[in-house]
Design a protein. Structure first.
Length: 462
């Protein structure tokens, strides 16, 4: 590949076979190089209907929505309405957590960078009204604190619900109205939707999940999670080309397609400044900014975010120094393998970026003394039990709870083997990769306080 036309030809030729190889029903992808965009699509949007995916089809972007929520917050910073480093309670006096001292001190910066420290997976459905987000924030009074604010990183969906509520309060408008007025309209988006009532007007994807018997992915019986978690990623839909308009704005120092300043250059740059270093997770990046995950790759810096909803997965990667970005949306199967091949080609050719190999277990992993790791860890969405058998093999049993159990996640038992230091790897792939499990902290008796997979699950028993 040496130019955009060759990239288009490659995408159109390779995408259908990639989907077939990895059981992905349908996908759409777009690549932008210095403002020039090529896109492609293949497969179907739902096995129930057989409707073909096109480049204008809408897919759920999932947690990529957090970048949009963060941008809405930074617009308020630009206007002098919001200070990132004062307690959230200046703007939301009603904000409560189980730990009163934490609730009184948590800042907007800590919410943006996933360092606020409270339990992060709260997905309670509070209805379809414009007050859904406010009602969910009101339920956080019984949410426990995992660690002191600012102490470490733990991916926190609930923190972004709070951010969405801050936007609503300071704007005096619903979150959906703010998205449309302050981002959709100035970005000149034509294929974007704030939920099912808007998405139905377009050609829209349905997620596909594996049933209990395995086999081919089947259409999910649930299209989306609750409106109360819209700022987190439960509602936003768009085509890849429109997501890249958002990415281009960030690469253009906050300028929109008409040359107007949608976000100040200062705020656009601040969102890419590292706020916290991540544990050795091998897939989420080395650090986190104000919304963005930051990757230090061979060839330059890459920023972005992934998104996962019920049977849909989205990827966004931006190379700010090279003015290159890529968005890929899939509706089931093994999307990571599809993304990896496409990103390797596109980012390598146009940005000189070499993607690192994902971690894999050694051929003969060395034995591990798991006494520091053995025990039970828990969160609102899963119970995790780590044990070591008489043969020295380490096992992790995960039992889904709450919303994850409701959408069909099943209990699993996996073997963990040595990776590096206190980070172990599953012997078999999960979600298309060997997901690193980092055991961090100390409970005062030499045992790990958390098992960290992006989210920190806290030890609850020896």
């Amino acid at each position: 590949m040496t130019n955009m036309n060759e990239l288009r030809t490659w995408l159109e030729g390779r995408l259908p076979s990639l989907l077939a190889e990895h059981q992905v029903p349908g996908a759409a992808v777009a690549v932008s190089v210095r403002g020039e965009v090529v896109d492609a699509a293949a497969g179907i949007l739902s096995k129930n209907t057989g409707v073909e995916a096109t480049v204008d089809s809408l897919f759920q972007v999932g947690s990529i929505t957090k970048l949009w929520t963060a941008t809405l917050i930074m617009q308020l910073v630009d206007e002098g309405t919001l200070d990132l480093d004062v307690p959230v309670r200046r703007y939301l006096p009603e904000f409560r957590l189980m730990d009163e001292s934490a609730a009184a001190s948590i800042t907007t910066r800590q919410l943006l960078s996933h360092t606020a420290g409270f339990e992060g997976d709260i997905f309670t459905d509070t209805g379809q009204g414009d007050d859904a987000i406010a009602k969910l924030v009101d339920l956080f009074a019984d949410v426990p604190q995992l660690f002191a604010p600012g102490e470490m990183f733990s991916y926190n969906n609930a923190g972004y619900v709070v951010l969405g509520r801050i936007v609503e309060v300071l704007r005096g408008k619903s979150y959906d109205e703010c998205m449309r007025e302050y981002l959709f309209t100035p970005l000149q988006l034509t294929h974007a939707a704030n939920g099912p009532y808007e998405a139905i007007l377009y050609r829209t994807a349905v997620g596909h999940i594996l049933n209990e018997d395995g086999g081919e992915p089947e259409p999910s019986p649930i299209w989306a999670l609750s409106r109360s978690t819209a700022p987190v990623g439960s509602m936003l839909n768009m085509r890849p080309r429109d997501l890249l308009k958002f990415a281009q704005m960030h690469m253009d120092a906050g300028r929109g397609p008409a040359g107007q300043q949608i976000l100040s250059a200062k705020s656009a740059a601040a969102m890419l400044e590292p706020q916290v270093k991540l544990p050795d997770l091998g897939w989420m990046g080395e650090s986190w900014g104000l919304g963005f995950s930051l990757f230090d790759y061979d060839g330059g810096t890459v920023v972005g975010h992934d998104g996962g909803t019920i049977g849909q997965t989205a990827f966004l990667r931006i190379c700010p120094e090279k003015d290159v970005s890529i968005a890929l949306f899939c509706n089931g199967g093994d999307p990571l393998a599809v993304f990896t091949e496409i990103a390797k080609h596109a980012l390598g050719e146009f940005a000189g970026i070499t993607l690192p190999q994902l971690p894999v277990p050694a051929g003969s992993p060395p034995p591990v003394d798991a006494s520091r790791y053995v025990g039970e860890y828990s969160s609102r969405v899963a119970s995790v039990v780590v044990s070591q058998d008489a043969e020295g093999r380490i096992w992790l049993e995960r039992t889904p709870m709450g919303v994850y159990a409701e959408v069909g996640d099943r209990p699993e038992k996996i073997e963990l083997v040595a990776m590096d230091g206190d980070t172990l790897l599953p012997a078999q792939k999960q979600f298309g990769m060997h997901l690193p499990h980092a055991f961090v902290g100390d409970d005062g008796q030499g045992r790990a306080l958390f098992v960290h997979t992006g989210r920190a699950d806290r030890r609850v028993s020896p």
